[in-house]
Design a protein around this ligand. Structure first.
Ligand code: ACO
Length: 321
């Protein structure tokens, strides 16, 4: 059995923070942000609005689009770097809000590659027959781990959630997933404190993202180009067979560089970074849902989803829509 995506959903918090507002917060300009990143605005969660709220809203939309009943869902995975609580997991919080009981529910932490890691797990559950209907969510309140006085990072990130309902089917669906990690690059992109290493720093609100942007940029382009080739080769397909690429939305220049390396026409690449910013684990399902709802994806299309994030972690999922 394979996993087939039968519904998707998305949620963005109501508040939009545009580049002009950022000009008043740090020494930056709308022109610099647009030219260097392609970002125009991003959504920011309201005070008291948590990752589980965003996840639940996206999940409800995906479930409605799929037509399945809540009782059919037998696996829930939330990919997030910004869980509501240390524990229990955000997945169990969402499970409870949806009124589902008993099925496995857990979080995955692979930063911006988290949603791809979640698809990798779902694919394995489906192929083994251990699950028949999975709810997979990428949700982040990344604004909570951004230093709003650091112009090199605060202009990049946003909050949001995307979700998919994936049902087992004897036709793929998910053709293959490939995930990778290399922990040698920890200090290029990280939040250098945590519960075990420095709870005091977390409590003091100093748990912020730090990044060596240039080096991450180069790595992201190479890794996301290489995994596209890996996924297509594995399935005996070529770049000409691909209808759509849905890459992690971190920077439009990274996305353009990947397209160029792969010789993929820009019109085949889904780009939402202008409106969303980098929403980490939510970025790929948010972009996916955007293209579903504007009617770009047609039944039978070959779509490659790709993520890249801190760790480093990276991966792809090749699907037949
Ligand atoms: N406004 C104005 N100037 C700025 C800003 C800003 N917001 N930020 C940096 N600058 C300045 C720098 O200080 C530097 O000035 P200097 O030349 O006087 O030293 C200049 O702009 C150029 O800085 P660079 O860092 O070289 O700019 P670059 O073109 O590399 O763009 C960016 C920076 C946007 C961060 C880019 O490197 C990038 O997108 N990196 C990858 C991010 C990414 O992909 N993350 C993926 C995963 S995210 C995750 O997993 C959580």
């Amino acid at each position: 059995m394979y996993g087939r995506i039968i519904g998707s959903g998305a949620y963005l918090p109501a508040r939009r923070l545009d580049n002009h507002e950022l000009e008043r917060m740090v020494d930056t300009s709308d022109e610099w942000i647009r030219a260097r990143t392609g970002i125009v605005r991003r959504a920011i969660a309201a005070e008291g609005e948590y990752t589980s709220d965003l996840a639940e809203a996206a999940a409800r939309e995906a479930i409605a689009a799929s037509g399945v009943s809540l009782s059919q869902i037998d696996l829930i995975i939330v990919a997030t770097t910004t869980p509501d609580l240390v524990f229990p997991s955000t997945a169990t919080l969402v499970q409870h809000r949806l009124g589902i009981r008993g099925c496995p529910a857990f979080d995955i932490q692979a930063v911006c590659a988290g949603f791809i890691y979640a698809l990798d797990v779902v694919d394995k559950y489906m192929r083994s027959g251990a699950c028949r209907c999975a709810l997979v969510i990428g949700a982040e309140t990344f604004s909570r781990i951004v230093d709003w006085t650091d112009r090199t990072t605060c202009v990049l990130f946003g909050d949001g959630a995307g979700a998919m309902v994936i049902k087992s089917d004897d036709e793929p669906g998910i053709l293959s997933t490939h995930v990778h990690a290399d922990g040698a690059y920890k200090e290029l992109l990280w939040v250098p404190v945590g519960v075990s290493t420095g709870n005091a720093e977390v409590e003091a609100g100093r748990a912020f993202t730090r990044m060596k942007g240039n080096e991450v940029f180069r790595w992201a382009v190479t890794a996301m180009s290489d995994i596209a080739v890996e996924a297509l080769r594995h399935n005996g397909l070529s770049i000409e067979d691909l209808d759509w690429l849905v890459p992690h939305q971190a920077n439009v220049r990274i996305i353009q560089a990947i397209g160029k390396r792969l010789r993929l026409p820009p019109e085949k690449v889904v780009v939402t970074v202008a409106e969303h910013g980098n929403t980490s684990a939510a970025s790929v399902p948010l972009a996916f849902d955007t293209a579903v709802r504007d009617g770009r994806f047609k039944h039978g299309d070959l779509i490659l989803l790709e993520g890249f994030g801190g760790g480093f972690t990276w991966g792809s999922a090749l699907i037949r829509y």
